[in-house]
Design a protein around this ligand. Structure first.
Ligand code: IVH
Length: 722
């Protein structure tokens, strides 16, 4: 190649890579695979190495971060970076609107732009002639720090602006009232200061902390701190290694183009290459603003990033100017804050719990702390490594997070609050219930009590599971009774429940004749439960109610399931290699086979699983995933309804999923659906699909308060061992 060819090729590669960056970060529509992208970067880097005089600081290769010449220089913001007044309920929001109307005159025409309030840190980016000249942190609002070198490494933050184009309809942001076609300036400004938030996605934050902990380094207390800490690294190469992202939401000083409103500004920012949050909306009806805030609150747990609220802004810039600023807070905007999801509290003790399969998990006993309106006393500490790597000590102040349907967990200790009285903790070497030395499977984080089948703690958990609603559903036995029966030596396995006799309860507190009769009747009645419920009750890893029904239906009897090999099992729709292997493994253990024989002798139902009553095939070819608590249907009822109409129910969300049916406290499955663009339905939506007639008799309106809480079911014992 001649030198001119090389220069041309370099420019071509840079333009292509910029276009891919734009598609990936701004449009969320990546057009090449990671591998293809990496190959382009490799080619560009090679050419730049060969011709160093063609290197430019705007080249996409320079995102790795050139070293800082000195410590961060101070930057005075040309316009102060303001903060926001807060609203904590709808009343506060209405009062804000009243104040606005009072100042602008009661007949002022208002439009509102509603934007997610991302929890990261605010920065200001100055572009001269389309190129990033300087990027600064907010600092105290007047003076920030020059972190340009670090900002160049942030994914999606353009180093060069794009020529704006009126985007086609499909890509335009959503104006709820679709009132007006907004004309965007058709050129780039000579100067523009763009403000926005640098943040880190929740999954990236968690992975980052895991990595730091494994390397023996301090973990970040939350996503915001990790974004801030990462941006203020002295070595930009370190910042480059952190998966930071950026959303633009405002402009400061601009020269050369005229922007007249917030909504237009967001569109323009997107058009010139900035990631802008797609969940921003424009409304003229204030009731619609409130409704959107409500909707947004409900979605909080399924977002990929931390949001601490929602910002409502007056759209029109002329009105904004008229309203002005009081102190640091503009009168034209307000932040509707979400309740906090994190809090610090004292770790009083670490206790261990033995699960159904012998997995021993540590749990935090906390000084009670209010998080998002709920008092939290216990939190997960995940496993032994988690505690050791983070050096979590009894007596520490810890950061605790409670979000959505996940169990609250300890993020890590607040090292600065240590006073020396904290006690390091080590994992017990023996089972707290049966004193058997604990074992750890190579490569697994969990410690197990290997005293399978005998350890009383495991037995209690297995009984609890066996009698639970999704399994044999024996009313009158719960944790307390299970502990009592095991402790008194009445039962040594779940089959012994069927050998219980009235005399054995003589003298036991709380067991009058009536209670005993009811209990024995409930146990007797459970013998008739269909095979799939017994399969669930056995507690085979990864066999939840959906897989159990598939197995029962396909094989028609427990003996056939026991006799089946891995390959036979895998032929069943919905049974993958993991489930199949787990089933084979379970029945290979002689003690499990012995248990089956005991249950057979006791008269339980080991056959059945006849094809379900078909009500139609309106859902044929459709795959559903259920998550969260539906208002009236239990998980089982919803699954049956779907299957009865020819649909399929699966445990995990993929691109092949047709619908995710989400109820209250839906968590990661809903997030995944949103991410993959899978359509989400609520219960009413599901019922709409099958038609109200088809849903009759499916427990509608029964209103079962215990219906939910079975999220972990599909994960086999995982859920119970948490
Ligand atoms: S507007 C006067 N919009 O919230 C306007 N701020 O409490 C001030 N933030 O420092 C900024 N998302 O760090 C605005 N969509 C958004 C925002 C947002 C997050 C942060 C920002 C700011 C703080 C104000």
């Amino acid at each position: 190649m001649t030198e001119i060819d090389v220069a041309r090729r370099i420019e071509e590669l840079r333009a292509t890579i910029r276009e891919h960056n734009y598609r990936y970060y701004v449009l969320d529509e990546p057009s090449v695979s990671d591998a293809e992208y990496d190959a382009l970067m490799r080619d560009l880097r090679a050419l730049e190495v060969a011709t160093p005089d063609l290197l430019s600081p705007d080249s996409p290769t320079q995102r790795v971060g050139a070293p800082l010449s000195s410590q961060f220089a101070k930057v005075r913001h040309p316009q102060p970076m303001l903060s926001l007044g807060n609203a904590f309920d709808e009343g506060d929001l209405r009062a804000w609107r009243e104040r606005v109307l009072k100042l602008l005159g009661e007949d002022a025409q208002l439009a509102f732009v509603v934007e997610p309030k991302i929890d990261g840190l605010a920065i200001a980016l100055t572009y001269r002639d389309g190129r990033l000249a300087i990027g600064a942190t907010r600092g105290d609002g007047e003076v920030g720090e020059d972190v340009t070198a670090n900002l160049r490494t942030v994914g999606g933050l353009p180093m060069m602006l794009r020529e704006p184009q009126q985007r086609d309809e499909g890509r335009r942001m959503k104006d709820e009232e679709a009132s007006s076609f907004i004309l965007l300036p058709s050129s780039l400004p000579g100067l523009i200061e763009v403000r926005g938030e640098v943040y880190i996605r929740i999954a990236d934050f968690e992975a980052l902390n895991d990595g730091l902990a494994a390397a023996g380094e301090k973990v970040f207390a939350n996503a915001r701190n990790s974004a801030a800490g990462s941006l203020r690294q002295k070595d930009p190469a370190l910042t480059a290694a952190r998966p930071l992202r950026f959303f633009a939401y405002q402009v400061g000083p601009v020269e050369g183009v005229e922007l007249t409103g917030q909504w237009q500004t967001l569109q323009y920012l997107r058009a010139i290459g900035f990631p802008v949050n797609r969940d921003a909306r424009r409304f003229t009806d204030f009731e619609a603003v409130l409704a959107y805030c409500r909707e947004w609150m409900a979605r909080r747990d399924s977002l990929e990033y931390e949001a601490d609220g929602i910002v409502v802004k007056i759209d029109d810039f002329a009105q904004q100017r008229e309203l002005g600023v009081v102190g640091r807070d503009p009168r034209w905007a307000i932040a509707y804050k979400f309740p906090a999801r994190e809090a610090t509290t004292r770790l009083l003790n670490i206790s261990v719990n033995v699960g159904r399969t012998g997995v021993v998990t540590p749990g935090a006993e906390l000084e009670p702390v209010l998080i998002g309106g709920v008092t939290v006393r216990n939190a997960s500490l995940h496993n032994a490594d988690y505690i050791a790597e983070r050096d979590i000590r009894v007596g520490d102040y810890v950061m605790v997070k409670r979000a959505g349907d996940v169990i609250p967990y300890v993020i890590g200790p607040i090292l600065s609050r240590r006073d020396g009285s904290e006690q390091p903790w080590s994992f017990p070497e023996r089972c707290p219930a049966c004193d058997t030395p604990l074992e750890r499977v190579e490569g697994e984080a969990a410690w197990r009590c290997p005293n399978f089948g005998i350890c009383p703690a495991q037995l209690v958990r297995r009984v609890e599971h066996f009698v639970s609603r999704g399994a044999l559903d024996i009313v009158g036995i719960g944790e307390k009774q299970a502990e009592l029966f095991v402790g008194a030596g009445l039962i040594a396995d779940v089959a012994d429940l069927y050998a219980l006799r009235a005399e054995q309860f003589a003298g036991m507190e709380g067991f009058g004749p009536k209670k005993i009769a009811n209990l024995l009747a409930a146990i007797e009645e459970s013998k008739a439960r269909p095979l799939d419920r017994l399969l669930v009750g056995l507690g085979i890893r990864f066999v939840g109610s959906v897989a159990a029904q598939d197995l029962a239906r396909h094989f028609g009897g427990l003996d056939a399931i026991i006799a089946a090999g891995q390959a036979d099992l895998e032929t069943i729709d919905g049974v993958g290699p993991v489930v199949a292997a787990s089933v084979v493994d379970f029945f290979q253990h002689p003690e499990n086979r012995a248990l089956v024989e005991k249950l057979r002798a006791a008269g339980l139902t080991l056959t059945g699983g006849a094809p379900r009553e078909r009500r139609g095939d309106g859902l044929a070819g459709k795959t559903f995933v259920l998550t969260g608590t539906l208002p009236t249907l239990t998980r089982e009822q919803a699954a049956e309804l779907i299957v009865a109409h020819g649909g399929k129910v699966s445990e995990s969300v993929s691109k092949k999923t047709s619908y995710v049916v989400a109820g209250a406290s839906a968590g990661s499955k809903l997030a995944k659906a949103t991410q993959l663009g899978v359509q989400v339905l609520d219960e009413a939506g599901l019922l709409g699909l099958v038609g109200a007639a088809g849903a009759e008799g499916w427990g509608l309106g029964v209103g079962d308060p215990d219906a939910g809480g079975e999220e972990q079911e599909g994960g086999g014992q995982l859920g119970l061992d948490l």
